[in-house]
Design a protein around this ligand. Sequence first.
Ligand code: NAP
Length: 487
Amino acid sequence: MTATRERTVLEAVPTGLLIGGRWRDATGGATLAVDDPATGETLARVADATVADGRAALDAAVAAQADWAAVPPRDRGELLRAAYEKLTARADDFAMIMTLEMGKPLAESRGEVAYGAEFFRWFSEEAVRVGGRYSTSPNGATRLLTMKQPVGPTLMITPWNFPLAMGTRKIGPAIAAGCTMVMKPASATPLTMLALAELLRECGLPDGVLNAITTSSTGQVIEPLIRDPRLRKLTFTGSTEVGRTLLEQASQQVLRVSMELGGNAPFLVFGDADLDKAVDGAVTAKMRNMGEACTAANRFYVHESVAEEFSRRLAERLGALRLGRGTDDGVDVGPLVDAKSRDKVSALVDDAVAKGAKVLVGGSSPEGAGWFYRPTVLSQVPADARLAREEIFGPVAPVSSFTSDEEAVRMANDTEYGLVAYLFTRDLSRALLVSEALQFGMVGVNQGIVSNPAAPFGGVKASGVGREGGFEGIEEYLETKYVGLAL
Ligand code: NAP
């Protein structure tokens, strides 16, 4: 990939605020820098919204709501379908933008574009399937009618790790349901979302339906919107820490919320597992997005009879991966997003080693520019190591062993999080019984990836509330109204 091509792609991305269908500068003209995590160099500057700009975005969403809700579902579906086609046709450009601002290898970015676009296709089909019901009350005296209506103006906040898919997973169902939006992408990776907002505009999304703002004063700009009684829903994907703060703010007006928060996924390998599949699954569950995924396997619990072999094979696979700038050919692992993330990963590994864990591969950062950390496998990790409790968000696989199914389930559930768990076994009964016992919103059986637009994605406990994707995804943007008819 040449620098010229990178420049051409970047220059086509809008850098303003999209408010009421018009791109404009922030009030006062301030901008914020978007950096390349592989080099630390600034790629672009985008508008740095003020509190007044944030309010203007909500004003536009509120003004557009009634007309948008009245657009026929088929038309909203067709618009989503057109956006799916356009995004797919422009996959290479979107992948390039994402790799430049976020760091993941181009092949992974292309995978995210395909995954992210699928939410538009899925919800283009769901838009025309929203229905209510009609029934007779048990005493026969009345008729019960339910109708589904759009929730209304929705504030969307997304993280930097999946700059496209975390947005389309929200925008798709909101468009299908007839909600207007204020979208705020992460400050580290706003370019993908700004390019997507422009793509939706080109597809004919009416003015004011999607408003996009970028800001470095995140808390100050967002809190007044959450407290504004015209806002009807908040949907957030990000850390549990920030999610808790937003839930407190949202409680004031009892705002409808969806929260996709942090994870601490256990990865269970039973003694009867197909080890080839388990190692493949482990590489996927650990290394997707350099480990910077809420679904990343964070703790590996392996039956004592296969723990050594599994760890050795996983170390061989991770040790063979090539680090580098995501735009370069043959690169498997990009940099972490910033210095803070890399230092956190490094500190977690040092803590585990100090408490007795053994480094099988990796365990350090390479010299030179960029926030790289070597893919790492640790064995004999003690339960009191910090990385058994905290989200690592990096390419580190800590392995511990267990002796019984009960112990494996107890260790897996011993966390405040509950997003996803993975298990590998050839025994169907064990797979089902352990799936039932795991306190997680999603379980991957003999597979290291669960994300699928047709499935309800989401967590329990401190991993959040609500589901994205699947039949459930559109419900998050609909209210159920009941009408009683006396005869
Ligand atoms: P983060 O720090 O919580 O930030 C997420 C978003 O929240 C960003 O847009 C950020 O804006 C915004 N934000 C931060 N402070 C805010 C405040 N006071 N008020 C309003 N908005 C605020 O999380 P992150 O580091 O970007 O993402 C990593 C986290 O996301 C991990 O914990 C990961 O597990 C989680 N995640 C969860 C899922 C899921 O589906 N469950 C998916 C992906 C990621 P700025 O960028 O401007 O700070």
